[in-house]
Write a protein that binds this ligand. Sequence first.
Ligand code: PLP
Length: 223
Amino acid sequence: MEIKTNIYNIRKDIPKNVKLVCVTKTKSIEEIKQAYSIGERDFGENKVQELLYKYEHFDNDVRWHFIGHLQRNKVKYIAGKVYLIHSLDSVRLLNEIEKRYSEKGRIANVLIQINIGREKNKTGLFIEDLDELLKHCEKCSNVKVKGLMAIIPKGDEKSCSMHFRNMKHIFDELKENEFNNINMEILSMGMSGDYKIAIDEGSNMIRIGQGIFGKRIYDKGGV
Ligand SMILES: *Cc1c(COP(=O)(O)O)cnc(C)c1O
């Protein structure tokens, strides 16, 4: 019951143009089905194996979002199964996606993940490497860039606003340009703790886990 209530409450808060991705990582099929039963279709996972397991339990009207760090050797397993990859952050990963998706004759829709807070040990691209990646994206035939994604550093409201605003600025600048294969439509930012700030700063896709499903427990074993 609580899951449904949480979703209603979040949906009440967010404008129509903002897409909600329910982050289902570590959550059971049962729990995800509760969200499904009230119409949610966008689910986010950050582990390939877990996504593949859950994929089998749902009809293909579900849009699976891959939101975690994607290892190159795992791209082949998700090729053609996910609606959107949020975490493109290197030319090597791009090349692997292009290769695996062309083998399957499928198109990969991707977001470029920016490490906007320049945090060490975090994934995502530094802004100075963006041009180089975009150049390679333009040459692809099976990869389409749909926008940007960011996970911002923990911080107070002011610091969150600043990072989100910086992302929106990059997003708007890229929008002005005409690139092959690149269409800035989606700006994926905002999680349970900061999604309202993210929306105020221009996010149009939020990724919410704990705010819907409650705290995550990581030591269950399982998948
Ligand atoms: C886990 C996760 C989320 C959701 O975080 P919550 O704090 O549970 O809302 C969003 N984005 C990414 C990339 C995640 O890994």
